[in-house]
Design a protein around this ligand. Structure first.
Ligand SMILES: NC(=O)c1ccc[n+]([C@@H]2O[C@H](COP(=O)([O-])OP(=O)(O)OC[C@H]3O[C@@H](n4cnc5c(N)ncnc54)[C@H](O)[C@@H]3O)[C@@H](O)[C@H]2O)c1
Length: 362
């Protein structure tokens, strides 16, 4: 009897080894059976030192992402640098022939994102995926798309980040693109998916998915954000052309932990994803009453989602399957995030034109 041929492994590198990148690198190294972590790059030497202590000894670490892109033994890169560099690095990686798993969002502005969509179209031999949702969102989307809720018509969601008094977050905000591009993007992505807004069957003009958006915001606890034109509590309304809508609250002020939840309203049924943000199933009964402890950050809440997304990406590349989340999806979500940012800063609604572009004018 002959031994079956072992499955080929995807040889991966991670660019950016900060909060998110180091978690991704460890997931590729230890929790992705069909991938191998070959290299990592970070421009900041202390990030590399930390990575050295947490990653397998054979992983090549460098300050130069260009060096990694030139390595012939790297098949794919996971890009987790700060958002402002995503578009540039993705374009260079695709041109170097590497498959790309890109951390959300695609860019901090639409003009920088456009060439990414173009370069991906020009290189069909390269696979590119942007982010992925966790199991509960997948489960809810399956129900919404199967007709089990009747007609889904509204997604009401909130991304409440834990209040950070250390000052890290204000510094981070400098390159993040603002609350809609950095945090609200998850809610926008979720609403687009759950409400099936890109389905041409429900659109008069397939190019136009959004009718108009409106956002407002305020600085509640991080005065330093004013310097970056950002806010730490904001609300949005998005009206889609298929007759559905989304209502979002994004904040950085939660004192009880990372609290991210989502309600999906259908004509027959409502779904509620993560109504109580418990860290586990343990209930505590003490002098303060009956309670659960909370997920402290996105790293707790989405720890399995981050593993799933790498496994999905690796499986799709190795098996030649379509990418579950495309650059086009990410581009559409970014357009909405940019329109919400403009709306919040100008205190005006933003209409979308017949080409599906937000009309950003005074
Ligand atoms: N999916 C999620 O839930 C989620 C959560 C947090 C952050 N993110 C995304 O992950 C990305 C990184 O966020 P983070 O919180 O890890 O930030 P971070 O600041 O902790 O890490 C970014 C790292 O990239 C490095 N870097 C920047 N430019 C580089 C370059 N040209 N070459 C090599 N290294 C470079 C920096 O030195 C830093 O170590 C952001 O785009 C953010 O939007 C996603």
């Amino acid at each position: 009897m002959t031994n079956p041929t072992p499955p080929t492994k995807l040889r991966m590198a991670v660019l950016g080894l900060g909060r998110m990148g180091l978690r991704h690198a460890a997931n590729v190294a230890y929790r992705t059976p069909r991938a191998e972590l070959v290299a990592g790059a970070d421009a900041y030497v202390p990030s590399l030192e930390k990575a050295k202590g947490e990653l397998p000894p054979g992983v090549y670490l460098t300050t130069s992402y260009q060096e990694v892109l030139a390595m012939p033994n790297v098949d794919a890169v996971l890009i987790a640098t700060e958002t402002a560099s995503h578009a540039k690095l993705t374009i260079e990686a695709v041109k170097a022939g590497k498959h790309v798993l890109l951390e959300k969002p695609i860019s901090i502005d639409v003009d920088a994102a456009r060439p990414v969509v173009e370069v991906v179209k020009q290189h069909p031999e390269v696979d590119v995926m942007v982010g992925f949702f966790d199991e509960s969102y997948q489960y809810a989307a399956n129900k919404a798309h199967s007709g089990e809720l009747g007609k889904p018509y509204l997604v009401k969601s909130a991304s409440n980040d834990t209040y950070d008094p250390t000052g890290f977050f204000v510094q981070y905000a400098k390159h993040s693109g603002g609350i809609w591009i950095d945090a609200g993007i998850h809610d926008i992505d979720g609403a687009r998916w759950l409400l099936d807004v890109a389905n041409p069957k429900n659109l008069r003009n397939p190019k136009k998915q959004v009718s108009y958006v409106y956002a407002s915001g305020a600085i509640i606890r991080h005065p330093g954000l004013a310097e970056h034109g950002d806010v730490d509590s904001a609300q949005a309304i998005i009206n889609f052309e298929n007759g559905t809508s989304s209502n979002i609250h994004a904040s950085r002020t939660s004192t009880h932990g990372h609290d991210i939840f989502c309600e999906v309203f259908g004509t027959e049924t409502k779904l509620y994803i993560n109504p109580i943000p418990s860290i586990n199933k343990v209930q505590i009964r003490d002098q303060w009453g009956v309670r659960n402890e909370t997920t402290s950050s996105f790293l707790d809440r989405f720890k399995d989602a981050f593993v799933n997304e790498v496994n999905e990406f690796v499986g799709a590349v190795l098996d030649g399957k379509p990418m579950p989340v495309t650059v086009e999806d990410a581009f559409q979500a970014s357009q909405i995030a940019v329109a919400l940012t403009w709306s919040q800063r100008h205190n005006k609604p933003v209409l979308f034109d017949d080409d599906g572009e937000p009309i950003l004018s005074e």
